[in-house]
Design a protein around this ligand. Sequence first.
Ligand SMILES: Cc1cc2nc3c(=O)[nH]c(=O)nc-3n(C[C@H](O)[C@H](O)[C@H](O)COP(=O)(O)OP(=O)(O)OC[C@H]3O[C@@H](n4cnc5c(N)ncnc54)[C@H](O)[C@@H]3O)c2cc1C
Length: 358
Amino acid sequence: MKKIAVVGAGISGLSMANYLEKHKIDYHIYERRKKEDLAGHGFLIPQEGMDYLYQIIDSELLLKHGNFLKKYTKYSHTGKVLAEKNLDHVFAISRHSLISLLAQNITPQKITYEETIIFDDLQNGKLKLSDGTDIDADIAVISDGSRSRIRKHIFKDEMMRVVRESEVVNIIQNKEIANSIENDFMKFHHEDGGLTFGILKLSDDTVLWYSQFDNQKYMINECSVENLRKYMIEIFENWHPLIPEIIQKSDYKNVHLWNVYELEKLNPFYQENTVFIGDAAHPLIPFTSQGVTSALKDSLLLTKYLVEEENIQTAFSKYEAKRKPEIEVHINNGRILLNQFLLPLNQQTENILPISYK
Ligand SMILES: Cc1cc2nc3c(=O)[nH]c(=O)nc-3n(C[C@H](O)[C@H](O)[C@H](O)COP(=O)(O)OP(=O)(O)OC[C@H]3O[C@@H](n4cnc5c(N)ncnc54)[C@H](O)[C@@H]3O)c2cc1C
C-alpha cells in the first residue's frame, strides 16, 4: 500500500488517520495548530455518525464525554411551545472532547503539530513543509477545513460566499443550569425571524448555548469577548427569563463568533493524487448538523476504496460517486433550513427539525 499524507487534524483528518491506522496503511498527519489549542463549539451527531465513531473510538469512553438528547422543543422568544419532537439518539459532544478522543489512537510519531503545509503548484502540486522540504507521499488527503487554501490553489475559479447566518457559541460549566434543562434541546425563536437561542447539555455540569443571527440584520463589528457579552445581554434582554439568566451567569472564556461560508458550486473531490475530505471537499452550513457525520463517512469510504482498489484513480472516483450526491442533498436541505430561519416565525413551516437528516 502507498504512503499517505493527511493535511489537517480536525474531525475529518483525524478520523481518516484512525481508519488508516485500523487498516495498517502507512500515513503521516500534519496540523498547523498547537496540540492543546482546541477552541470551538460542539456537535449534534445523529445515530449514523455515532455508528462511524464506534468503529474507531471505544464506545464507553465516547459516551462518557457527551450526552444523548431526548427531545427537541421549538419555542417562541417568550417561551411559548411551538413544536416538539422526540429525538432518536442524537448525541451532543464538544469539539474539544471529540478531537481529543480521535487523537488518542494516533501514534505520536505519525502526527506533527504546528506545521502549516504548503501546496506548490509550480512543482506538480507537491506538498511541502513550511521550511520548503518536500513531503514524501503517494497520496495527499486534504482535510484543511471549509476555507481550504489547497482547494483554492487547485480550483482557482471556485466561488465562496458568506452565508447570511453567523453564530455565537459558548460552552459553560454550570451544574444548576445543566440540571434545569435535563436532556432537552431547547431552541427559542424571535417572531421576526433571523434570531434564535439554543441550549443543550453536554454533560452533568456542562452546557452549550448558541445564538444564530441574520448577519445582515444584526451587525457585530468587533468580536472581542466583551463585545459578544454586551451583544448577548442587549439582544436577549426581553426574551424568556431563562435566556437572560443563562447569559448573565455564563463566563465567556470559551465564547466564539463563527462566520459561515459556502461554495457556490462543489468542486471535484479529487485531482491527480490529491483528494479532499470533510469541509475541505464540501463546506456544510451548521444548520445541517451533518458536518461531522459527513466527514466521518468520507474517511470511512475513502479508506475502504483505497484498500479495495489497486488503482488510486478508481478508488477516488468511487469515493466521489458515492459521496457527492449525498452531500448535495445536505447542501440543499441546509439552504431550505437557512431560508426558514430568515422568515418571520408565522411563515415558517411548523414542526421542522433544525437538522438535515436523510
Ligand atoms: C458554529 C458551528 C456549529 C456546527 N455544528 C455542527 C453540529 O452540530 N453537527 C455537525 O455535524 N457539524 C457541525 N458543524 C460543522 C462541523 O464543525 C464541521 O463540518 C467539521 O468540524 C469539519 O471538520 P474538518 O476536519 O473537515 O474541518 P476543520 O474542523 O475545519 O479542520 C481543519 C483542520 O485543518 C487545519 N489546517 C488548515 N490548514 C492547514 C494547513 N495548511 N496545514 C496543516 N493544517 C491545516 C486546521 O488547523 C484544522 O485543525 C458546525 C460548524 C460550525 C461553524
